[in-house]
Design a protein around this ligand. Sequence first.
Ligand SMILES: Cc1cc2nc3c(=O)[nH]c(=O)nc-3n(C[C@H](O)[C@H](O)[C@H](O)COP(=O)(O)O)c2cc1C
Length: 230
Amino acid sequence: MVYPRTKLISFVWIISLMALLVMFMSFLANGNELVTLPQIEYNDNDLISAIIERKAERQYATEPVALKDLALVLWAGSGIKSPQVDSVSHATRTIPSAMGIYPIDVYVFALQVENLPSNIYLYLPEKHALQEIPSVNVTEALTKITNQRAVQNASMVFLIVFHRDKSSRMNDKFAYFEAGEVVQNISLMAVDRGLGSYVIGMYYQEKIIEVLNEENIEPVVLMAVGKPSQ
Ligand SMILES: Cc1cc2nc3c(=O)[nH]c(=O)nc-3n(C[C@H](O)[C@H](O)[C@H](O)COP(=O)(O)O)c2cc1C
């Protein structure tokens, strides 16, 4: 039996359309499929608690922060893990860095820290020490840099920058990314030490450069830290 040519073409078209419809429906079905993840056990561990408790804290008590807590928070942000160095990856810091360049520097504006004169300092991870930066009064310096009032009640304010000498060997986007790592580690360690913090993106870049007398840096954010007022 011989079918007319037009009927045969229509038949092929219908079969093709049906096949396409079946493929489309199976695609939709797959796209809608949900894999339900295990529920988060909120009291499972300290890290989960710190992640939950972290929030922008802008009200601080007048109590000073312990020097040990400042040390822990800075160490978490960009400290050296040695002697617990990973013998395989040679990871030495608390944060990863593209090509191991570590372009981020952290400055501390110490307002109320026990046993630490109120001053501006640069954190030196290799020495786990603070290097004093000659400056005028810290409160005056902060007033110049940002008009965020909560900063004046904080016990300390961190300035996260990347250093152009180091970042010139990498793409700027990596340097910004690494600044984010530092901020997150500081936020979480602050919570763990009973401190609150918030990130400040509103500042005057040229004033920071003027106060620090350092042209070769790119400021990213400030972070105010202190004991929450309640
Ligand atoms: C890059 C960045 C810049 C920010 N700048 C400011 C700021 O200038 N002033 C401010 O009050 N909060 C600032 N924040 C805090 C956000 O407002 C806050 O994180 C956001 O509302 C979410 O709230 P949470 O941190 O409590 O989860 C900033 C946060 C980020 C990440």
